[in-house]
Design a protein around this ligand. Structure first.
Ligand code: SUG
Length: 448
């Protein structure tokens, strides 16, 4: 049976703004308070989805969330009508209003972890929504994420959904941004690679000194158990705490993998040699030939990797067997990274081609091409069971660009977030979107 890796990209929401909310994420901190352009952000994301569809990849769309999250503000003690809740929050606790307005659900690599059916004990595709509990503005995403994923992958014969892990730091879980899967073919059993930043209970693992390590070993292990993965099909590795302190807040800022290939920075991991040997051995037992491409620090420093987002790229299989790397414009703007990419594609490596996308609006909050997509490996019959409303087509692309043009502002500053009209605009847009994507009622304003 045929199988595919489907990329579901997060559609940028109407409140996309630069709130400076993510300590440890260099771009989020340095662009705080700048004016954003939600319309441009959404169109940049849609252009990437359309381009991948045009190249022959199966591409999906993941809907944004209702913001401001008035229910979250109510749970923090603000009361009255929706407009009063927003007004009071703006007066008394602006950082909370900013957090409740974040469009951060666009980075769907953090929506959850997905294990394809070939890896799981019950032969279904398993999803665990990420609790994202390191940052308040992200910790409020998972209930809606679960409903949206449930509406996209509704058929219980093929799809199993797990609620987010307990919302405490010991089980900090950031989803697929710290998860990669290696395999020979997408429909065959593979090796799932979980990368954690720290251990909550085992003091032998070193922790970063400056910035938080968002993913714990215990969270990764819990996800592997929930999904029914076998020990033969799992490898755990720790991120190098020193790179977390340089702004590598997720593993997908320093490494990316697909098929049999891991593309990573020399400084990405602790115990790299042992980790590579384990990946090689376990994939060999699955009939695969693990390969790794190490980018040496002498060619690309960690700082250049963080600024350019070289590793936050999409590594995709081309029809001819070679691989294609989708990178952000910031890679072309960095002479050392760009020179490295020229060398990589002409050296006979697995990576044959590089394509560049302008994703500046998302990049300025620390979200590159890979952050914007959730990968779901599906067999042909499973793909047929996905809600067809969320699969990108040329007409859907046309409808979504018109929808963005109709509903989105082209400038948003912190002071605009206090405007109660923004909530009404967002709800009107999302109500229409659920009809376009055929999701049913998934938002709090539609349910309550
Ligand atoms: O969680 N930025 C996101 C970026 C997530 C990137 N995802 C991956 N690497 N997979 C984060 O730090 C910034 C929001 C603000 O500052 O307005 C933010 O949430």
């Amino acid at each position: 049976m045929k199988s595919f890796e489907v990329n579901f990209d997060g559609l940028v929401g109407p409140t996309h703004n630069y709130g400076g909310l993510s300590y440890g994420n260099v771009a989020s901190q340095s662009n705080s308070q700048q004016a954003s352009n939600p319309k441009e952000a959404a169109l940049q994301g849609l252009a990437k989805m359309k381009a991948l569809m045009d190249m022959g990849f199966v591409q999906g769309v993941l809907a944004p969330q209702e913001r401001p999250d008035v229910a979250a503000l109510r749970s923090l003690g603000f009361a009255g009508s929706d407009a009063q809740v927003i007004e009071q929050a703006a007066k008394q606790a602006m950082p909370l209003l900013v957090a409740s307005c974040s469009a951060s659900s666009m980075w769907v690599a953090n929506a959850g972890t997905v294990s394809p059916s070939a890896d799981t004990a019950d032969g279904r595709v398993h999803f665990t929504a990420a609790n994202l509990n390191c940052k308040y503005h992200r910790s409020i995403e998972h209930p809606t994420t679960s409903r949206v994923l449930g509406a996209m992958f509704a058929d219980a014969k093929h799809f199993a959904h797990h609620a987010a892990l307990p919302a405490v730091a010991q089980f900090g879980d950031e989803g697929a941004a710290n998860h990669t899967r290696f395999c020979r073919e997408y429909g065959e059993a593979g090796v799932e690679f979980f990368v954690f930043g720290r251990s909550a209970f085992d003091t032998r693992y070193p922790a970063p000194q400056k910035y938080p390590a968002r993913q714990t070993l215990e969270a990764s292990q819990a996800v592997a158990r929930l999904h029914g993965l076998s020990d033969d099909g799992v490898v755990y590795a720790q991120q190098n705490p020193a790179v977390i302190d340089q702004g590598v807040f997720h593993n997908d800022v320093i490494a990316v993998g697909n098929g049999e290939v891991l593309f990573y920075h020399e400084d990405a991991f602790q115990g790299t040699e042992q980790m590579l040997a384990e990946l090689h051995g376990k994939l060999a037992k699955r009939g695969g030939n693990f390969q790794s491409i190490c980018v040496p620090r002498s060619k690309v420093a960690v700082e250049d990797a963080v600024r350019s987002y070289l590793f936050n790229s999409q590594l995709l299989n081309r029809a001819d067997g070679g691989m294609l790397l989708i990178v952000p414009e910031e890679c072309r703007a960095n002479p050392r990274v760009w020179a490295y990419l020229q060398e990589l594609t002409s050296s006979g490596s697995a990576v044959r081609e590089v394509k560049v996308f302008d994703l500046k609006q998302s990049m300025q909050n620390g979200g590159g091409p890979a952050c914007l997509r959730l990968r779901v490996a599906l067999k042909e019959n499973e793909l047929a069971a996905v809600n067809p409303g969320v699969i990108m087509t040329a007409p859907l692309y046309g409808t979504l660009t018109q929808w963005v043009d109709k509903h989105y502002r082209d400038s948003l500053r912190e002071s605009d977030l206090a405007d109660p009209q923004l909530l009404l605009e967002c709800r009107a847009a999302l109500d229409e979107l659920t009809q376009i994507l055929k999701l049913g009622s998934v938002y709090p304003f539609q349910i309550n």
